[in-house]
Design a protein around this ligand. Structure first.
Ligand code: ADP
Ligand code: MG
Length: 683
């Protein structure tokens, strides 16, 4: 039944013609079900109120009697119409702005219904809606839903059409949630909720219906993640990689440092998954500098020693090149073949690499995006390491599965994430966390200075460089304009060169060719470039342990997490490192950010404050939100419901009855429709 309803096109509703149907389509409404699930974002309350109990500034509807002649004043192109109204127990003034034509309709002794904003001091109501009692008074006494509308679709029309849809199809709305959960939270039935949410008797009832739909939306979302997770674990269609533990131990012993306890624990979790016959789907979470890359390298080495291939996908070419070099260095004594494939590889290089991959001549491939494209074939892909921006979704997995590959997947994130966001963005994964920093690290000392102190900042740069350190200078960020970012970097570069004629100052920005970038980065790594002026292309993962100073211009333009990432570029060696934020923030939020940076170096604490200051939508940055767009729920308000929904969903998929028992058919169909599993899994 549920499905039948889903597939009924919206033009089947009386009153929806071909053209209107098309406009509804462009609002994302194709079926009757989608129309009914198009819920209002707020209500307008036209229920009659008693003026005696009303607060100043409230929007209210009252009934009264016109007692005085209306007065019309005109000024400029505008007008103000007012008249005295007796609204027991008060005599008030009703005011209409810019509706002069109403003057002739207002007659003394006439009853009138007025909606507007109440000003108790002046005893005045600024009217937004008015009507006369009788059959024509359609709004008064009701609560009207307010939808987000577009094109020629008006509130009035949409209200009418949804009402009509409820009449035609309301009886076909079937329950979707398990009985036990409805009972647990005292939820309305689905049919009742979808009817009341559009036509509530009062606002509180509408809110209750909304709560039911919010829970449903979040529960279905979590069910998808939890079912995916459970299925991945239960299906033995991955590689049970034969990890050669003695070889891995030897490799670890050859590292130039001892692993932290945290790193050891996380590596054990990863190797365990790799040895099991299911596909690993694990998130490695750790603050900047906590040593994630080494963990990835150990896992990749284990995959290669097990006779498989590995791939490492990173967000930028600079990073790809950097990783290629460090993997080469680590693996060289062990004869592991590492290749690099990026957007700037020539066609010929690309062809050669793809052929070698397919023949198994290459053990590890490092690259930017699209390493797992349709035309890339591996002999035997065992492990994919990727970052949160290139998360392995169901789609990528199915591309690989079609090619007969089911590798283990490790996703890394350097943004510590508060729990609610973590279970939302990464709820389908198992999580490993690096809680500990390598020994000997000194927290980066952070200062916030005004632009007027630039001279002193320049002195600081000189002092660090003279003392054998190196400095990053990050240039102002212009939202949405890479071109201006580049110009900023070029300007600052010229300035610094003039100020420090003896110093070797390098420049890095997104408009340079890969070779140019690579040469500068290499120079900075080797120390021949002492100060590096850069746009934020530097942001993620770059590793130069000798860098001891990070200067950020216009730091208040950056988000907290981004500043934390930038600061993570220093403090990677033994020496004390510093971060100088230059900013004259004009907003409170900007000042709070600077204070937070000065006060703490703990990534989780920064993440918590960032979430507070920005809200979850912006948390991951605009480019890669990682968060789904909920149609009804609001993450800022409904986060507790999200946590409940997640626990409920996890409990449900752990119950064998869910997969086979009667009563869960609609939910299983939903999962199938969402392609959580292939059709062959269920009958
Ligand atoms: P992340 O990727 O988590 O930001 P990296 O893996 O780049 O951090 O590690 C940061 C720096 O710390 C690198 O120079 C790395 O070689 C070094 N490092 C990693 N693990 C350890 C450790 N256990 N002891 C000392 N240094 C380490
Ligand atoms: Mg496995």
């Amino acid at each position: 039944m549920m499905d039948l309803q889903r597939r009924i096109p919206v033009k089947e509703v009386h009153g929806v013609g071909a053209q209107k149907a098309e406009e509804l389509n462009s609002m994302g409404i194709f079926t009757v079900a989608e129309l009914l699930e198009y819920v209002p974002f707020r209500y307008e309350d036209y229920t009659l109120r008693d003026l005696a109990g009303v607060k100043d500034g409230d929007r209210i509807t009252i009934q009264g009697t016109i007692l005085g002649e209306p007065v019309l004043q005109r000024y400029g192109g505008k007008s103000r119409l007012s008249c005295k109204v007796m609204a027991e127990p008060f005599l008030i003034t009703a005011v209409w702005f810019n509706r002069p034509f109403l003057k002739d309709k207002l007659q003394v002794q006439q009853e009138i219904l007025l909606t507007g904003k109440w000003d108790g001091r002046r005893m005045q109501l600024t009217v937004s809606d008015s009507e006369f009692p009788g059959p024509g008074a359609v709004k008064t006494g009701t609560v009207q839903p307010v939808y987000s509308v577009a094109g020629s679709i008006t509130q009035k029309w949409l209200r009418k059409v949804i009402k009509q849809a409820l009449t035609q199809y309301g009886a076909m709305i079937h329950e979707l949630l398990p009985e036990a959960l409805i009972h647990k939270y005292g939820l309305m039935s689905r049919g009742k909720a979808l009817s009341i949410i559009h036509l509530p008797g009062d606002v509180a009832e509408g809110q209750k219906a909304r709560r039911r739909m919010v829970y449903e939306e979040l529960f279905l979302f979590q069910l998808k993640l939890q079912a995916y997770r459970a299925l991945t674990r239960s299906r033995a269609d991955g590689l049970a990689q034969r990890v050669d533990l003695p070889a891995v131990r030897e490799f670890v012993r050859s590292l130039p440092f001892r692993l932290t306890e945290s790193q050891k624990k996380v590596i054990a979790e990863i190797l365990h998954d790799m040895q099991e016959p299911y596909c690993m789907n694990r998130l490695l979470q750790g603050d900047v500098g906590s040593g994630k890359t080494v963990v990835a390298a150990v896992a990749l080495y284990a995959a290669v020693k097990a006779g498989n291939q590995g791939s490492l996908m990173v967000p930028t070419e600079i990073l790809a090149e950097q990783h290629k070099r460090s993997l080469d260095k680590l693996f060289e004594p062990y004869g592991v073949q590492v290749a690099l494939l990026t957007g700037s590889s020539t066609d010929r290089q690309r062809r050669d690499i793809l052929a070698s991959l397919q023949m198994g001549l290459i053990d590890l491939i490092v690259g930017t995006h699209a390493l797992i494209q349709e035309d890339v074939y591996f002999r035997q892909l065992g492990l994919v390491v990727t970052d949160e921006q290139h998360r392995f979704g169901v789609n990528q997995r199915s591309i690989l599965r079609r090619k007969g590959m089911n590798p283990d997947v490790l996703t890394m994130t350097a943004t510590p994430i508060p729990r609610t966001l973590a279970i939302t963005a990464f709820g389908d994964m198992d999580v490993s966390t690096l809680r500990e920093m390598p020994k000997g690290r000194k927290p980066v000392q952070t200062f916030w200075v005004r632009h007027s102190m630039l001279e002193r900042v320049l002195g600081f740069i000189r002092k660090e460089v003279d003392g054998g350190g190196q400095a990053y200078v990050i240039c102002p960020l212009i939202e949405e304009s890479e071109k201006l970012d580049v110009q900023n970097a070029i300007d600052v570069h010229i300035q610094l060169q003039q100020h420090f004629p003896q110093m070797r100052v390098g420049l890095l920005h997104g408009r340079m060719t890969a070779q140019e970038k690579d040469a500068v980065m290499q120079g900075f790594k080797e120390g021949s470039v002492e100060t590096l002026v850069s746009t934020t292309v530097i942001e993620v993962g770059v590793d130069v342990p000798n860098a001891s100073l990070m200067v950020v211009y216009d730091a208040d333009r950056f988000g907290l997490s981004q500043l934390h990432q930038l600061r993570g570029r220093v403090g990677r060696g033994e020496q004390q490192s510093f971060c100088v934020l230059i900013a004259d923030p004009k907003t409170e939020v900007g000042k709070e950010r600077m204070k937070a940076m000065v006060e703490t170096t703990d990534g989780f604490e920064i993440a918590r404050r960032d979430l507070e200051l920005r809200g979850p939508g912006d948390f991951f940055g605009t480019k890669q939100s990682g968060l789904p767009d909920f149609r009804i729920a609001d993450m800022m308000v409904d986060f507790e419901t999200m946590e409940e929904a997640r626990d409920d969903a996890a409990e449900l998929v752990a119950d064998p009855a869910f997969w086979t028992g009667a009563g869960f058919g609609a939910l299983r169909q939903y999962l199938q429709r969402e392609q959580v599993f292939d059709s062959d899994v269920l009958d």
